[in-house]
Design a protein around this ligand. Sequence first.
Ligand code: 2XP
Ligand code: FE2
Length: 298
Amino acid sequence: MPNGRIVAGALAPHPPHLIYAENPPQNEPTAECGWETLRWGYERLRADIDKRDVDVLVVHSPHWQTYVGTHLLGVPKFDSLSVDPIFPNLFRYHYEMNVDVELAEAIHDEAVSEGLEMKMMRNPDFRVDYGTIVCCHLTRPQWDLPIVSISSNRSESYYGVEVMQEMATALGKATRRAVEQSGKKAALLCSSSLSHRHFTTEAEIPEDMSREHITSHALYLWDMQLLEMVRKGQTRQMVDVMPEFITQAKSEMDAGSFAWLMSALDYPTEPGEVYAYGTVIGTGNAVVGWFPEGVAVS
Ligand code: 2XP
Ligand code: FE2
């Protein structure tokens, strides 16, 4: 009897700045420092995920955008250079990753049975998006686990936010069933920031933290409202407020990554662990973990 399960879920934002500031060997540009609160928060998330003996990371990314259906990486290995289109000065990252194609196919099939349009991406030269790469690196920099990467269907722009939420919810249920039947222990990653209004100019030294703050108090209030809900275990309310949050805070959760994660975790009522909150070029970012089998690990 397979005993697959989701052992961790995380809100795991993907600013390339955090990799830039960490100076891993894969990234060409180098930095002196920067965004420590978020980076140290990520270190604690890594340690908590590490304790759970995870077999696979499953990530939903706002930067792999598909307009006809939802796609999944379907090739066992990828390696190439990823250059951030907006911040090429910060992120030129040489990646190598293994994909759990079997689990990806199982998610594909379960999602089809939910009535979703799905496709396996079989092009070996495909350039993996930086939302997937940055989020996976920050959660697990040793790249020793296979990943599953799921695209974001842009139903929000085609139809509207409610359609997007409904589809992401169905995809979450499908993901959960596929993980359960796989016999594997999965960590699910919602690769997303909270409020998402950027500054349009950058400091001469990008890691100059004297320039880093939220773009407006209104957005800070939104971010704090969401994090209060995380801390109270009010995840259904978070999903309910998502349409308004997406419009008001320009959130990249319009991709459906958060609705997907909450549906897959079946709306946790225990408080999420908030590891960090901080801004990156003015956007609000939080690192949060949910552990369905409890926070303490024996
Ligand atoms: O450009 C984006 O959408 C990003 N998420 C990266 C930049 C700053 C982030 O929060
Ligand atoms: Fe982004």
